[in-house]
Design a protein around this ligand. Structure first.
Ligand code: 1GP
Length: 241
C-alpha cells in the first residue's frame, strides 16, 4: 500500500485537489460520528483530520476508533498536544509552528512525542505550520503563546514557508485559524506555492464552494474545512454541485 504522503504527492503532480474534513474531538460526540461520517463518505472529501487545540486525554482515541468503523478514508491526526496521539489513526501531521518563536511548539513538544510515536505505526508527516492573523485571537495563538504572521508581510510569509522546506519539512500548512472570518488570500497562496517544491495545505475560514475553488486555483493541494461542516452538514451537498 502506498503511503499517505506518496498519495498526496501523486495527486499534487496530477493536479488532483484534495479535501480534508476536520473533526474537532471537543465539538463532536462519539454518538454523532456515524451520521456525520456517512455524509463525509458521500462527499468529495479525501481525508479526515482529527484534532483540536485543547482536547483532553483519551478523547481523540475514542473518536478515531468510532470514525474508523464507518470509513476507509485516511484518518490523519492534527494534534494540538502530545496527549492527542493515538495509534488508531493512520498518520500524524508532525507540526512545527514555524510562524511563531515558541521553542515548545518548534521542537519541544516533538521531543516529548517521540517515545509515544515509537510505539505506534503512524505515518509521520513533518509539516511546517504557519498561523496567520485574522482579526481576533485564535485558539492556536492563545495555546501556543505565539504571534501569528501578518497578512501583509508577503516576503516573510514566502520566506518562512521556504525555510520550512529547506529544513526538510514535507508539507507546508497555511492556517487562518478555525472559524476565521477571512480565509488565506488566494494571492498569498499563489506566492507561497510558486516558491515551494512540496505540497501545500490551506485551511481556516473556508465556508463556500467559491472560496474552496479559489484556494485550489491559487495552488492549494489540500484544503482543510471544519467549521463549515460543523455548522451546516448541507455544505457537503453544496460542494458536490
Ligand atoms: C482549522 O484549518 C482548519 O485548523 C479548518 O478551519 O474550522 O475554519 O474550517 P475551519
Amino acid at each position: 500500500m502506498s503511503s499517505i504522503y506518496q498519495n498526496i504527492i501523486a495527486s499534487s503532480s496530477r493536479d488532483e485537489k484534495l479535501l480534508a474534513v476536520l473533526i474537532d474531538p471537543d465539538k463532536m460526540k462519539v454518538d454523532q460520528v456515524s451520521n456525520f461520517i456517512v455524509k463525509v463518505n458521500q462527499s468529495i472529501a479525501t481525508h479526515i483530520f482529527v484534532g483540536g487545540s485543547e482536547v483532553g486525554e483519551g478523547i481523540t482515541e475514542k473518536l478515531v476508533v468510532e470514525i474508523k468503523k464507518y470509513t476507509n478514508l485516511p484518518v490523519v491526526l492534527f494534534p494540538g498536544d502530545v496527549i492527542q496521539i493515538t495509534n488508531e489513526a493512520d498518520s500524524i501531521l508532525f507540526l512545527s509552528l514555524i510562524s511563531g518563536r515558541n521553542p515548545d511548539y518548534l521542537i519541544g513538544k516533538h521531543v516529548e512525542a517521540v517515545s509515544i510515536l515509537k510505539q505506534t505505526n503512524l505515518e509521520v508527516l513533518p509539516t511546517g505550520y504557519m498561523l496567520f492573523e485574522n482579526g481576533k485571537q485564535t485558539s492556536v495563538e492563545r495555546v501556543s503563546e505565539t504571534k501569528p504572521i501578518r497578512r501583509d508581510a508577503e516576503q516573510t510569509i514566502v520566506d518562512t514557508a521556504k525555510a520550512g522546506e529547506f529544513l526538510g519539512m514535507k508539507l507546508i500548512y497555511l492556517e487562518a485559524g478555525s472559524g476565521a472570518t477571512h480565509p488565506i488570500e488566494p494571492k498569498t497562496i499563489q506566492n507561497v506555492k510558486k516558491e515551494l517544491n512540496i505540497p501545500l495545505i490551506v485551511g481556516g475560514g473556508i465556508r463556500s464552494k467559491i472560496e474552496l475553488e479559489s484556494a485550489y486555483k491559487a495552488g492549494a493541494d489540500l484544503v482543510v474545512i471544519g467549521t463549515a461542516f460543523e455548522e451546516d452538514e448541507g455544505f457537503f451537498e453544496e460542494l458536490r454541485k
